[in-house]
Design a protein around this ligand. Structure first.
Ligand SMILES: Nc1ncnc2c1ncn2[C@@H]1O[C@H](COP(=O)(O)OP(=O)(O)O)[C@@H](O)[C@H]1O
Ligand SMILES: [Mg+2]
Length: 265
């Protein structure tokens, strides 16, 4: 059995469209060890969200394999938690009840009291203590995204998939959430895949950054981030961070076809 919790091997996929097949993935390789947090960056429309649907078992690739915890992914799995750019919170439910939603679908063996306790603990962890009884519209965008993060974790998923979760937030709110995210990861260890178009976000949060090529996406470049972070924004203002961002920016330019692949960063 592989030591990787998530493994995507030689995946190829094309969508069937009215104007013929649209190849989106061609030679995608991703391997995430248990407890690992991988950021995936790449040009808009290259196939990043398609990758998340594969891991979640929401679609099957034309070719190649997707493995989760030593099992071939064949259909949707309750053990995957997801959060997106626009958190879909139900307005007729309180924040607490929104966070508890997955527990109504996934069997966890927790009693009703334990379920509520867990949801309250997560909300406190992300700084939403005191907002449990509010409705989604009473919260700011950043607070809604915090609640959405709690909801994606409440059933203790094996894998957390975040598809540009902070993309719609202003820069300061986003940076606050990055720090919350690291705190959550420490308290509630998970194996994660973060889709983002923000290179600073990728190096701040992830322990590995994967750059995808333009469509059809293949794994173009992989960068390991050493575990020497302080968890504060200072991490982004070191010479090492500047060097990493420079390399990644260059890789994105290659992926976008704006720089030749051979040229050094
Ligand atoms: N269900 C679908 N049917 C046809 N084309 C699709 C479908 N989903 C996505 N696409 C197309 O596939 C490409 C990759 O989409 P996506 O994975 O959402 O890219 P990304 O998340 O990197 O922006 C895009 O060109 C998109 O328009
Ligand atoms: Mg997308």
């Amino acid at each position: 059995m592989s030591e990787h919790l998530i493994e995507i091997k030689a995946v190829r996929h094309a969508y069937q469209t009215a104007s013929g097949p649209l190849p989106v993935l061609d030679g995608l390789e991703v391997a995430v060890p248990e407890g690992g947090f991988v950021a995936v960056v790449g040009p808009s429309g290259c196939g990043k969200s398609t990758l998340t649907r594969l891991v979640a078992g929401l679609m099957k690739p034309d070719e190649g394999e997707v493995w989760l915890h030593g099992e071939r992914v064949k259909g949707p799995r309750a053990t995957v938690g997801m959060a997106f750019q626009n958190p879909v919170l139900l307005e007729w439910r309180t924040i607490l009840k929104n966070v508890m939603l997955p527990l109504e679908i996934v069997k966890t063996g927790m009693s009703a009291a334990q379920q509520e306790e867990r949801a309250r603990q997560l909300l406190a962890l992300v700084g939403l203590e005191g907002f449990e009884d509010k409705r989604p519209s009473e919260l700011s965008g950043g607070m809604r995204q915090r609640a959405s993060l709690c909801r994606s974790l409440v059933h203790k998923p094996e894998v957390l998939i975040l598809d540009e979760p902070f993309g719609a937030l202003d820069a300061f709110t986003r940076e606050d959430l990055w720090q919350t995210m690291l705190k959550v990861k420490e308290e509630e260890p998970f194996t994660g895949v973060l889709i983002t178009h923000d290179l600073r976000e990728s190096i701040f949060l992830a322990d590995q950054v994967i750059v995808l090529s333009g469509r059809p996406a293949r794994t173009q470049y992989v960068m390991d981030i050493p575990a020497d972070r302080t968890g504060t924004l200072d991490d982004l203002y070191t010479p090492e961070a500047a060097e990493r961002l420079n390399i990644l920016r260059h890789q994105i330019e290659i992926a976008q076809g704006r720089a030749p692949a051979g040229e050094a960063a």
